[in-house]
Design a protein around this ligand. Structure first.
Ligand code: PMP
Length: 368
């Protein structure tokens, strides 16, 4: 779809590459760190100053306490944390349980670990995507080792509620599953909704590895600085897989991220406000264009229903949309592991400049 956007000169609301500016302070910290000579390997588990800043931040935002020395691991983005976790926790033939739809790196990482993915469908309702606890229970099998959760969720924008997380936690306790929770959009939550980490629910800290990304929270996706927090045995297992993937990366960026975490994450609330404005502008525009958006309170993406334009196949819609309107989206079916996806949904991203979103909306409304 990105190639299609380039070929047709369309506005690319397919890919989630952010175009909003990064906080100036973080750029200054990185430049200063580079100039100060902090350019060689950091420790494999990450700079101590960053691990400490992460532990403090996690305690402040989720109420869960981690020891910086052996319960926090800095990774090359959340992607490496997820891949290392699945390599660490799964044996060949095991199953990773996740939700349909899901971020496309998950099934790929599971396959690299020799595992397979089972996906419990989220139910599509007028309130957006909601947990179907029975479908989740039915999806657990004898070889299920890991539940891989993502909240706020890509590609739907869903933020799992405390009640849903409690139901998920019950399934994980019942079947003794290790939880890997990808919380990269933890700070990008709108409408006053609060992100809840499943690690903060009673009894869950000990079985949960929680993954974050400075890329999303501080709007520096190209830096690939992420981290994983969990009980020491889980973190040690993940660290031993990570050691032979990248060993370590991004020393000056780790310095800069630590400085931002320590100084209170300036810029995050501004980023959140801009994204919320963009989401509102996009959803309103999609409504005017006759492509109603499903509610979603987090992340970079919204889901739109393309049936009013006479399509029941989102892939065909996305192929034809650039020609009709000069805008690119991606079919949501691409994020499904099992048959039975709602083929009439497509994903639009709004992590762009406000003017870009405005222009995309104008084009969509004109193409109605
Ligand atoms: N998890 C999710 C749910 C994502 O949407 C993304 C980015 N698209 C990532 C992880 C990747 O994070 P990072 O860049 O820190 O590897």
């Amino acid at each position: 779809m990105t190639r299609l956007a380039e070929r047709t000169g369309s506005i690319n609301l397919g890919q989630g590459v952010p175009e909003l500016p990064s906080p100036p302070e973080i750029l200054g910290h990185a430049v200063a760190a580079i100039k100060a000579g902090r350019n060689q390997y950091p420790p494999a588990t990450g700079l101590p100053e960053l691990r400490e800043a992460v532990a403090d931040h996690r305690l402040a935002t989720t109420g869960v306490s981690y020891r910086p020395d052996d319960e926090v691991l800095v990774t090359t983005g959340a992607t490496e944390a997820v891949a290392s976790a699945l390599l660490a926790f799964c044996d060949p033939g095991d199953t990773v349980l996740t939700f349909d739809p899901c971020y496309d790196a998950y099934p790929a990482a599971a396959r690299m670990a020799g595992a397979r993915v089972t996906a419990a469908p989220l139910a599509v309702t007028t309130d957006g995507f909601v947990l179907d606890p029975d479908a989740l229970r039915r999806a657990v099998g004898p070889r299920t080792r890991v539940l891989l959760l993502n909240s706020p969720h890509n590609p739907t924008g869903k933020v799992f509620t405390r009640e849903e997380l409690t139901q998920i936690a019950a399934v994980c306790e019942e079947h003794d599953l290790t939880v890997v929770t990808d919380e990269v959009y933890e700070h990008l939550v709108y409408d006053g909704v609060r992100h809840v980490s499943i690690a903060s629910l009673p009894g869950m800290r000990e079985r949960t590895l929680a993954i974050s990304s400075a890329g999303k929270s501080l709007n520096v996706t190209g830096w690939k600085v992420g981290w994983a927090c969990g009980p020491a045995p889980l973190v040690a297992a993940v660290a031993s897989a990570k050691q032979f993937l990248t060993y370590a990366s991004g020393t000056p960026f780790q310095v800069a991220v630590a400085a931002m975490l320590t100084s209170g994450m300036s810029g995050v609330s501004g980023l959140r406000d801009r994204l919320q404005e963009n989401r509102d502008r996009l959803c309103e525009g999609l409504g005017k264009a006759g492509l109603p958006a499903l509610p979603g309170q987090g992340g970079y993406f919204v889901q739109a229903d393309v049936r009013p334009w006479g399509y029941d196949d989102g892939t065909r819609f996305c192929r034809e949309l650039p020609g009709r309107s000069g805008v690119v989206a991606v079919p949501t079916s691409a994020f499904y592991q099992s048959a039975g996806s709602p083929d009439w949904l497509v994903r639009f991203s709004f992590c762009k400049g406000g003017d870009v979103v405005e222009e995309a909306v104008t084009r969509l409304v004109a193409a109605r």
